[in-house]
Design a protein around this ligand. Sequence first.
Ligand SMILES: Cc1cc2nc3c(=O)[nH]c(=O)nc-3n(C[C@H](O)[C@H](O)[C@H](O)COP(=O)(O)OP(=O)(O)OC[C@H]3O[C@@H](n4cnc5c(N)ncnc54)[C@H](O)[C@@H]3O)c2cc1C
Ligand SMILES: NC(=O)c1ccc[n+]([C@@H]2O[C@H](COP(=O)([O-])OP(=O)(O)OC[C@H]3O[C@@H](n4cnc5c(N)ncnc54)[C@H](OP(=O)(O)O)[C@@H]3O)[C@@H](O)[C@H]2O)c1
Ligand SMILES: Cc1cc2nc3c(=O)[nH]c(=O)nc-3n(C[C@H](O)[C@H](O)[C@H](O)COP(=O)(O)O)c2cc1C
Length: 548
Amino acid sequence: MGQYIYKNQIQSFSFQNVKGFASPITILYGGKTGNSAFIANEIYTEFKKYELDPTVISMDQYDFSNLEDEKYLFIVVSTRGEGDPPGQAKAFYKHLFGKNAPKLPNLNYSVCALGDSTYQFFCQTGKDIDRQLEKLGASRYVSLVTCDLAYKSKSEFWASSLLNKFQNRLNGDVVNLKFGTHSLGPTYTVNVKDKYRLTSEESLSEISHLVLHTDHPDFTYKAGDSVSIKPKNPYSLVVKIMIKQGYSHETIVKYKGKKKSIEELLVTKLELTCLSESVLCDYLAHTNNIDLRILCENKNELFKYLQFADVYDMLSDYPSKIEAQDLCQILNKIKRREYSISSSVSETPNEVHLTVKQFNYSAFGRNRIGACSSYINKGLQEGSSLKVQLIPNEEFRLPEDDLPIIMIGAGTGIAPFLSFLKERKAKEANGDNWLIFGEKNRTCDFLYRKELEGFKEEGLLDHLDLAFSRDQEEKYYVQNVLKEKAKTICTWLNRGAHLYICGSMAMGKSVNKVLVQILQNHNKIDKEEVLDYLEKLKEDFRLHEDLY
Ligand SMILES: Cc1cc2nc3c(=O)[nH]c(=O)nc-3n(C[C@H](O)[C@H](O)[C@H](O)COP(=O)(O)OP(=O)(O)OC[C@H]3O[C@@H](n4cnc5c(N)ncnc54)[C@H](O)[C@@H]3O)c2cc1C
Ligand SMILES: NC(=O)c1ccc[n+]([C@@H]2O[C@H](COP(=O)([O-])OP(=O)(O)OC[C@H]3O[C@@H](n4cnc5c(N)ncnc54)[C@H](OP(=O)(O)O)[C@@H]3O)[C@@H](O)[C@H]2O)c1
Ligand SMILES: Cc1cc2nc3c(=O)[nH]c(=O)nc-3n(C[C@H](O)[C@H](O)[C@H](O)COP(=O)(O)O)c2cc1C
């Protein structure tokens, strides 16, 4: 099921005749957090004004057998993971690259790819689909557009190009479409009911449990879902930028037609801790700094810089006396951060619990703190109110009550598993539950120790395996447990168990590697067969990953 069902999304596929231009148009979207769906929906609304009547449909609802009959197919798709298609786009992507992909000589297509230039594989899914459709014989109607986080103007340009070409408007009557404001998915105002630290004071990590409460009558979510939160930037960083640039509390700028203080914008509206390629390029256009030009022309160096640099670095490394008014036009809108939900509505109906790690790190000789994690850990107090957007996660769902589950998580990757266990307990589900959890030290980082040991004692958890990486000389990780318990893992999988992996990308990769090894050794099959087996598990919705 698509995550964002807009009013215009047509569930069953149907061709519609276009007044004055008898051609069907299909707009397909695939994403996770609603941006692709938003653009597709806006195009529908705008095209309607010009008497075009496209069918808008999410990729996971699309019947592939219609592909050969399509005449105009316009695709909006984002990228997740490390250059991977988002869940909604996975099957479509696989179909296009599969052995049975159809030849598409009659198809006119165009792709709008969404992404974030701080990721190495920028807009990869859109780029792949664009190239593959060409390989399948389709004709590119309008060139691929790749959109960074501030996707609005480029996607408007893409939609306008489609419309202008479609209606042959190139000579004269050129239309510049403008989209409305992205209305987020279900968003709720919540209050902080409780907040406490999960790791002890001696721990290297500060991880907090947050209890958010709402009285909203429609409030609900499913185990596995996450929320997104719009942070406020660290005030220390705002002050550094203001001093560096000579802005004061009285510096007023015009932002979205209203007068605002630059200080307020830097705290609440503009992204400061993460840079993007488009911000650097716009800043370059403003400053014409030669060193910045060299950086922007070297993609590898640029990518490395974007991994760690923030707005203060940009202003210090490539100084310019840029006016506050210009800076706020150049910077991205502050981005929402996602957090897995660690509660279950069945147990605590009006609450949503989060498990949030404070991001502290040092880069280019300066200590930094993450914007959203410090907003949550330090900025929010009991009683504070904030807005959370619910993000459904259809790829990370509990199976039927009687099926066994194996949950593998490290660090804050424990969050959705706590939700699963609470949900299974509340529903008295009788499927077996196995948790393999990893953290640094048993004494100070055993997150939710009381709850987990309680679940084990009462029999909700059949197995609780712990991997504390720093309690001994050599690292001991969740994948070491997998190796040691290889036989039981294979037995559980043969019994139809669902397997879940949640936590950092690095952990996910290591776990996958070891899974392949143990399946190979235990089942005495070659690597290809194991990869097919894992692929089949994914297709059967039995292997679930949520990595970040
Ligand atoms: C699906 C999903 C679920 C998630 N669930 C959780 C969860 O349950 N709990 C949780 O705590 N987090 C979770 N996260 C991560 C969370 O969304 C944020 O990314 C995290 O809190 C950091 O955000 P921030 O605003 O504090 O940091 P930011 O201000 O965004 O800072 C991060 C930036 O700092 C830089 N950086 C990061 N690490 C380093 C480093 N070691 N060295 C140098 N530079 C670095 C990078 O440029 C990075 O872009 C999840 C993410 C996703 C996608
Ligand atoms: N800037 C920061 O504060 C910072 C630091 C680290 C991670 N992160 C990011 O924060 C997110 C979640 O962090 P987190 O604290 O919840 O978890 P985490 O940093 O991933 O740590 C949790 C546990 O996982 C272990 N681990 C590290 N690499 C692993 C691997 N390849 N395979 C298996 N286990 C591994 C860690 O061991 P060891 O640490 O002993 O190796 C630790 O015991 C991730 O996106 C991560 O990339 C941020
Ligand atoms: C966990 C995660 C992984 C991502 N991976 C990539 C990536 O590899 N490449 C990229 O260009 N963008 C990546 N993005 C950025 C998204 O593609 C971008 O935010 C996009 O606007 C989301 O659109 P959607 O709401 O339609 O999914 C990632 C975002 C998240 C949260």
